[in-house]
Design a protein around this ligand. Sequence first.
Ligand code: PDD
Length: 287
Amino acid sequence: MGRVAYVNGRFARHGEAMVHIEDRGYQLSDAVYEVWALFDGRLSDAEGHFVRLERSLSELSIPMPMSRRALTLVLKEAVRRNRVREGLAYLQVSRGVAPRDHAFPKAPVAPSMVITVSAVDRAATEARAAKGVGVVTTPENRWGRCDIKTVALLPNVLAKQKARAAGAYEAWFVDELGFVTEGASSNAWIVDRDGRLRTRDTNANILRGITRRTLMEVIAEEGLALDERPFTPDDAKTAREAFITGAGSLVLPVVSVDGTPVGEGRPGPLALKLRRLYIERAKATAV
Ligand code: PDD
């Protein structure tokens, strides 16, 4: 059996799964999404991603397409049908299909829902973590509601491409005050010169990362010092360590910022330890 996708109530072969040309997600980016890491075929941080999905939808007045319970079943069925053990589950919900008009459709339409599942080569991602990755910085140019996980990702797309073109893995947005907000698809962290963990606070215009939040529980349990306080690219370049978090990256050491090595230019011991602890916890709590 090849890959399958879920589209609006049915499973279809991945290559043949389609949405309508007037889907508002396609035409207007009027849609939100979530990504779950999969460990042994189970959804990691399941609850946190559902809560954020519900919030993203409610901020845009898009109804939940089905109950959380039903959604869990469909997601798990999509994972099962794709026979993926280690990977990612992607869920997108748009406002639905309607003749193109910027304003919401006058008559209510049913939201569209799509789920895809992809495999991740964990040996390759572990090798990447053992080596560490580079980031480049780029001016923050996104809208003011980055707390909503919408598919309107063009600034993130361009930032990520800038990183790839520079041979880096991630791009960090830097706001007009000179502080790092977050990555194109991850949250940004450092271990500062005093050994304190630092990441941007959620009053800033960032996505409230679920991996970030779970890692904060790990950090509290370990009794480590944490400051939700902004840092600049220079702070990162002179930090002991840096790393990023996200459903795709998990906890991934950063070894250079704009070509300048961070610390000794190798993955830091704390970042590697937090990666191990996060993965242990994610595996233990996956559903
Ligand atoms: N990205 N910030 C941004 C802009 C993101 O797109 C993401 C996740 C994160 C981390 O959030 P979380 O820990 O909840 O995954 C932070 C997903 C993985 C993506 O776009 O594929």
